[in-house]
Design a protein around this ligand. Structure first.
Ligand code: ATP
Length: 319
């Protein structure tokens, strides 16, 4: 998990983004519908949702690129309706920036820093932060996709912004490249910056986010710490006999125990309920042995975080 202060909730410390009722309509269709965003200073917040959920639109509204149809609040203490007041303190990677293939990584940062009027003396620190030191003199066209994304994040960090907005920076990047990007995002927040980062996969963000905002079809489905994501399916102990006779004996034994049992393709699922799952698994294992049942599996099955998100958003994408 990231910084301590951020797991505490929206009332703890300064809110870099405090926006309520954010809405974007195209014609009569709301592609972002009444979304509240509260980002504590120094926190990493993941914006999770399938394609078309409204992630880019939310980020674009914070960046003044898309005008909200409704919604009010502040970004870095300035009114949301006056992005020019806060944008100098915001860095973003939203559509990959158009870098020059024949220029080096450093040359590209130099160009963008000049264009935006940023102090170029910060470029070595940025290269260090995004892990491109040693490769900064190589041409952009020779970079891997992961390095290109990291340079894009580097461009967002020019000018030392307080709020960093990254739209799907791990998209298309291989697992090693994703790991590098995750480590870099942690470093960015460890320096005290606030990060809003989107992905359609929770797995890409679950180890770095203090909080997640789950969106579906423009609507907010959940906002809070990952550990408090709602569960819809019961925790079970899964038991499987060595063969058919064992399974039948197991079924008889479980039925006699007064437990809630479901027969599944991969064995018998016993609902854990309020008891300690490890103790229940141990008890069932012993009872099976007493009944002469040979088990090949005793397994505590919890609903994964990814499954919990999928339950919130359904499975289809809606672009
Ligand atoms: P993805 O993961 O595919 O990038 P997203 O969650 O970022 O998706 P958005 O790009 O914000 O989603 O789009 C949300 C919805 O708004 C989509 O259905 C999209 O087609 C629609 N949309 C976006 N821009 C416009 C526009 N200018 N006019 C009409 N509809 C739009």
């Amino acid at each position: 998990m990231g910084n301590q202060q951020n797991t505490q909730g929206k009332n703890d410390g300064f809110e870099v983004v405090a926006v309520e009722g954010l809405t974007k309509k195209y014609g009569r269709r709301a592609v972002v519908d009444d979304v509240d965003l509260h980002l504590a200073a120094g926190s990493i917040t993941g914006l999770i949702g399938p394609n078309g959920a409204g992630k880019t639109t939310i980020m674009s509204m914070l960046l003044g690129l898309v005008r909200p149809s409704a919604g009010r609040g502040t970004v870095l203490g300035h009114d949301l309706s006056r992005p020019a007041a806060y944008l100098p303190q915001v860095g973003a990677l939203i559509e990959g920036p158009a870098f020059f293939g024949n220029l080096s990584g450093r040359g590209n940062l130099d160009y963008f820093a000049r264009l935006a009027g940023h102090d170029r003396s910060g470029i070595p620190d940025v290269l260090d932060l995004v892990g491109l030191q040693g490769r900064e003199g190589d041409s952009f066209s020779s970079y891997s996709l992961g390095m290109k994304q990291r340079l894009g994040i580097g461009a967002a960090l020019l000018g030392d912004p307080q709020l960093v907005i990254l739209d799907e920076p791990t998209n298309g990047v291989d697992p090693a490249g994703m790991r590098d990007i995750r480590a870099m995002v942690r470093r960015i927040a460890a320096d005290g910056r606030t990060v809003l980062i989107s992905s359609h996969l929770l797995a890409e963000l679950e180890h770095i986010c203090d909080r997640v905002i789950v969106l579906d079809q423009g609507g907010l489905r959940y906002s809070g710490p990952l550990t408090e994501l709602p569960t819809s399916r019961a925790e079970v102990i899964l038991l499987r006999g060595a063969g058919r006779a064992d399974d039948e004996a197991l079924h008889r034994m479980l039925s006699g125990e007064g437990l809630t049992v479901e027969r599944r393709a991969d064995g018998f699922a016993v609902e854990v309920g309020e008891v300690d799952p490890v103790k229940l698994a141990g008890r069932l294992n012993r009872r099976a042995a007493e009944h002469g049942v040979h088990l090949v599996e005793v397994h505590h099955q919890k609903q994964s975080l990814e499954d919990r998100v999928l339950d919130l958003v359904g499975t289809g994408s809606r672009s």
